[in-house]
Design a protein around this ligand. Structure first.
Ligand SMILES: NC(=O)c1ccc[n+]([C@@H]2O[C@H](COP(=O)([O-])OP(=O)(O)OC[C@H]3O[C@@H](n4cnc5c(N)ncnc54)[C@H](OP(=O)(O)O)[C@@H]3O)[C@@H](O)[C@H]2O)c1
Length: 264
């Protein structure tokens, strides 16, 4: 059964790399038409060429910066103007910078808040009404296991992901009666460009998962109508445990782990 209304598109943010590109490949394989967005247009064009090889799906591209206030509106207005009706939205674009708070500069803090949080909300605000009108559609927000606990030396990033989990679960309940699924996928360390962008030590990613594993869990969340899905049993278990543990233990343990992995 299709996850979206006929003749609508799945819009994927952060499709130029990693998990976003993985979702684009999976949805194209399943015959969904796509709108792909990110800043690096040349990457999107190459991905479109690759996906077009299967010949069945339409792939549209909108290069946009989600660090900019008007990024979501530019994407929305392009879709409206071109007549690309969006029936599914994957809010995947995101970044982290792994430094102690006082070593982050203003621009780094701003982009984590703007891309991971403010513009995720704004894209949801712009694209959800047509889905509730059609009584069909989905939003899949890519959070993180970091959304279940404070993470010293990664505090801003973890707090944005905590917001994403809470926001998604709230919308799940609000919009389920209206036929729209809002789901939240929580990966742990995954082999993408995230590590380089965040400036994280390879030690942190020693046991990372592949993009394919993450996509598999994301598709499962959508097919089963789940509010929250983790990328593995281990990630689910550790998130649940960290919610049960006394707060001083979980934040201390996270600080020790981050320092051991080279955070400063
Ligand atoms: N990899 C992990 O270990 C991990 C773990 C948990 C959660 N996650 C989450 O998974 C999501 C995808 O990350 P990934 O692992 O696939 O990392 P990635 O390979 O670095 O991909 C990040 C994507 O976000 C886009 N992006 C970043 N800043 C942007 C901006 N200002 N405007 C528009 N797009 C922007 C990038 O595109 P451009 O640079 O071309 O703009 C890129 O396509 C993120 O939300 C991340 O927080 C990742």
């Amino acid at each position: 059964m299709s996850l979206i209304s006929p003749d609508t598109y799945v819009l994927i943010t952060g499709a130029s790399s990693g998990i976003g590109a993985g979702f684009a490949r999976e949805f194209a394989k399943r015959g969904y038409s796509l709108v792909l967005t990110a800043r690096r247009e040349e990457r999107l064009l190459a991905l479109r060429q690759e996906l077009a090889a299967n010949g069945k799906v339409k792939v549209q591209i909108v290069a946009a910066d989600l660090n900019a206030n008007d990024g979501p509106r530019r994407i929305f207005e392009t879709c409206e103007r071109e007549g690309w009706r969006v029936g599914g939205l994957i809010n995947n674009a995101g970044l982290g910078v792994n430094k102690s708070f006082l070593k982050l500069d203003e621009a780094q803090i701003h982009s984590m808040l703007q891309v991971n949080l403010v513009n995720l909300v704004e894209l949801s605000r712009l694209f959800l009404p047509s889905m509730t009108h059609a009584k069909k559609g989905f939003v899949l927000n890519i959070a993180s296991t970091a959304g279940f606990q404070p993470v010293p030396y990664f505090s801003v990033y973890a707090a944005t992901k905590c917001f994403v989990v809470s926001f998604s679960e709230g919308l799940y309940e609000e919009l389920k009666p209206q036929g729209v699924l809002v789901s939240c996928l929580c990966p742990g360390p995954t082999e993408t460009e995230f590590q380089q962008v965040a400036g994280m030590s390879p030690r942190f990613f020693a046991r990372s998962q592949s993009v394919d594993e993450i996509i598999d869990k994301g598709m499962r969340a959508l097919e089963r109508g789940k509010a929250v899905e983790w990328s593995s049993f281990f990630q689910r278990f550790s998130s649940t445990m960290s919610e049960i543990l006394p707060r001083f233990i979980r934040r201390k343990a996270a600080a020790i782990l981050m320092l051991k992995c080279g955070a400063e």
